[in-house]
Design a protein. Structure first.
Length: 353
């Protein structure tokens, strides 16, 4: 799509417009069901708010996944490397590596030769990760890669087993087709017997799920609303946040939590940079994020559809969350000896728990 951005009379110090953000906003706010990709949540303020969300009492996802990785690291290591074959551990969206330390320690305890390839868009997160591993696991070979999700894939020798980690309930931000496409592309980089560790939130009490996306302190509402403030700043839009509200829902029928921004009145929002205006009627919504919750049957269906077998599903004591261990089944694949660009995922994007 060609963008006719309005740069007239703009100060020379104004930051360059993000063309991808501009395209997404035009497409999303022009759609019949307005939407904004959730990947745009994470400016500095959005990232700060999400750190706060992860510490909220209602938001069980982060601490439950971390508990599985810490308390059951030995069991996970046995499934990853039952034969003590050398492992290249590739984490997609690693953050600061806090979740992965216990698993790497367990692999080393079992005598598994392991190289860790954390991939993240944030240079700051990777710097923190390197400090953490230098202090806690200085002997572990570390090969950090900065870039967008799935932008680069590390080359590994065929004699090593690749173990890919996609944690944080990232997959839940995608619909069924996008999920299968993503996992199939991951599978295309693996050889038979390679492993994918997949963090997935499970179906449970609907009230518990809804509370995680509509906390009593209003932090999630502020996180959702911050998206409009970002558009005001970066695209010179004139959203009045007093005239929008946060709305979260969860449907037990399809197991999907959804977040929206709701227009409180009929209004027109304009962007000076885009030279566009977008009309809202009272009660109209902007769809900003989804989070799928899974059953064991759904996990199996996803695995089979994308070229994996389910080796095991490890949960916490209360069955709130799971780490599925998927093993690549028979399918032709080749491994590049050097990093290769593969693909990127669009709307609704990723939201790491």
């Amino acid at each position: 799509m060609h963008l006719a951005l309005n740069h007239a009379k703009r100060p020379a110090t104004t930051l360059a417009v993000d063309a991808a953000l501009a395209r997404d906003v035009i497409a999303g706010l022009s759609a019949e069901q307005k939407f904004l990709p959730s990947k745009w949540f994470y400016d500095d303020e959005g990232s700060r708010l999400f750190q706060h969300i992860m510490a909220l009492p209602e938001y069980y996802l982060t601490r439950t996944e971390l508990g599985i990785l810490h308390n059951q690291s030995g069991e996970l290591a046995k499934w990853i490397a039952p034969d003590a074959l050398a492992v290249d551990l590739i984490e997609l969206g690693s953050g600061d590596g806090a979740k992965t330390v216990s698993l790497c320690e367990a692999l080393l305890r079992q005598g598994v030769q392991c190289t860790y390839h954390p991939i993240d868009v944030s240079k700051h997160a990777l710097t923190d990760l390197q400090r953490r591993f230098q202090a806690e696991l200085p002997a572990l070979p570390l090969r950090p890669i900065q870039g967008d999700y799935f932008e680069r894939w590390p080359g590994t020798p065929p004699s090593h087993r690749q173990v890919v980690m996609l944690l944080g309930s990232n997959l839940g931000n995608l619909n069924q087709k996008q999920s299968v496409d993503l996992l199939s592309r991951v599978r295309s980089r693996l050889l038979v017997g390679d492993v994918l560790l997949l963090g997935l939130d499970l179906k449970k009490d609907p009230g518990m799920i809804l509370a995680a996306y509509n906390d009593s302190q209003g932090v999630t509402a502020a996180f959702n609303m911050n998206l409009l403030r970002r558009l005001n700043r970066e695209l010179e839009m004139d959203f009045d946040t007093e005239h929008f509200s946060h709305y979260a829902s969860y449907s037990p029928l399809d197991g999907t939590a959804r977040s929206f921004l709701v227009s409180k009145r009929r209004q027109t929002v304009r962007s000076r940079i885009l030279d566009r205006e977008f009309n809202f009627v009272c009660g109209e919504t902007i769809y900003t994020e989804q989070s799928q919750k899974y059953s064991t049957e759904m996990i199996t269906q996803l695995a089979v559809a994308s070229g994996f077998d389910v080796a095991n599903v490890i949960t916490d004591d209360f069955g709130l969350y799971a780490i599925a261990i998927l093993r690549a089944r028979t399918q032709q694949a080749t491994r590049s000896a050097s990093p290769a660009t593969i693909f990127s995922v669009g709307w609704p994007g990723f939201m790491t728990c």
